[in-house]
Design a protein around this ligand. Structure first.
Ligand SMILES: [Zn+2]
Length: 345
């Protein structure tokens, strides 16, 4: 059956060939004669490797190897530099070779769903034209920071893996429109989400999130999925009216941070002479109410945002976003709707 299709394609000079579900175990030799072919479907077969002669199909732009029995991405693919869509879903791939990735600079779509991949190598950044990456139902434990360098990405789907963190660098993907991270082990979404200027769909359902970052409310999402998280495993705290006692380090830090913005002050002039101090102070935050800076001591609060009222989405859901305050003096003001948090566990 496969051979008949190849003979037909040879006669008609067809640009595409569909050999899916033809029960092939090895690639028929005649296939390498189709040097003009652009699209090749080999999905739903029993292929465990590709022969080196496969590199003769130099014009190939789309290759579907889904649902075979490959244990690695075939190394011959590194010679097919015209490839822009590559489907490898439903195999037994546990390892992504950096060498193969580096040979695919024109790849736009990569689908590795339903495999056994634990690690995405940092060389993934060589796929500089990649727009869509999908590695659902694998064993990923980490997203490499280098993914943040892949500025063409518009869609990332890492649903159902073992991810615990989203690297800060991912927020640099300003073209990203769809981000699917459901059913992982994420405990937080990084600050800096405003970098996702074009994000329309965010799916973080089934993770371990307790709160969203403050800037989250300024995203222009169309759809948000977050059911099945541990949102507010906190109990809302009765205001404890005691005044905090700040350490000497915190008191000095607040004083220096305040003075450092005054160009007439001695602190402003002398700070450049103390790079270590500058580095330490660079981790400062700002009170959501009085805007005063602080470094190591603050009050952790939440504000409940309505997705329809505050974010302009069609659905109406309540989302807690993280807010930090400098002191009980600010917390006890009656002109805000922030709730103090105390962890139950
Ligand atoms: Zn304050």
């Amino acid at each position: 059956m496969a051979n008949d299709s190849i003979i037909k394609a040879l006669k008609t000079k067809s640009k595409s060939l569909n050999l899916s579900s033809t029960k092939i175990i090895y690639l028929p030799e005649a296939l390498e004669k189709l040097t003009w072919i652009l699209v090749l479907k080999l999905n739903n077969n029993f292929l465990s490797s590709l022969p080196s002669e496969f590199m003769r199909l130099q014009k190939l732009t789309e290759l579907n190897l889904g649902n075979n029995v490959l244990e690695e991405v075939p190394s011959v693919l590194k010679h097919l530099c015209c490839l822009n869509k590559l489907y490898l879903y439903g195999n037994q791939i546990s390892y992504l070779s950096a060498e193969v990735l580096e040979g695919l600079p024109n790849l736009v779509l990569l689908n590795l769903n339903h495999n056994k991949i634990k690690v995405i190598p940092s060389e993934i950044k060589s796929l500089c034209r990649l727009q869509s990456i999908s590695i659902t139902d694998n064993h990923l434990e980490q997203i490499p920071a280098e993914l943040g360098l892949m500025k063409s990405l518009t869609e990332i789907n890492f649903t159902n893996n073992k991810l615990t963190q989203i690297p800060q660098q991912l927020c640099d993907l300003s073209q990203l429109r769809r981000l699917y991270l459901a059913r992982n082990k994420l405990t937080e979404i990084p600050e800096g989400v405003l970098g996702w200027k074009n994000l329309k769909i965010l799916d973080v359902a089934g993770n371990r999130l307790s709160v969203f970052p403050f800037d989250f409310q300024f995203l222009t999402l169309d759809e948000l999925f977050f059911e099945g998280n541990s949102l507010v495993p906190f109990s809302l705290m009765e205001s404890i009216q005691e005044k905090e006692i700040l350490t000497l380090k915190e008191l000095s830090a607040r004083l220096i941070l305040q003075e450092s913005t005054n160009i007439l002050s001695a602190v402003y002039r002398s700070l450049p002479m103390y790079p270590e101090l500058q580095d330490m102070l660079s981790h400062w935050s700002q009170c959501a109410l009085c805007s005063q800076p602080f470094l190591t001591t603050w009050l952790e609060c939440v504000q409940f945002i309505n997705t329809r009222k505050h974010m302009g989405m069609k659905s109406s859901q309540s989302v807690p976003v993280r807010v930090v305050l400098c002191s009980y003096d600010c917390f006890n003001r009656d002109d805000h709707q922030y709730y103090g948090l105390v962890r139950l566990n």
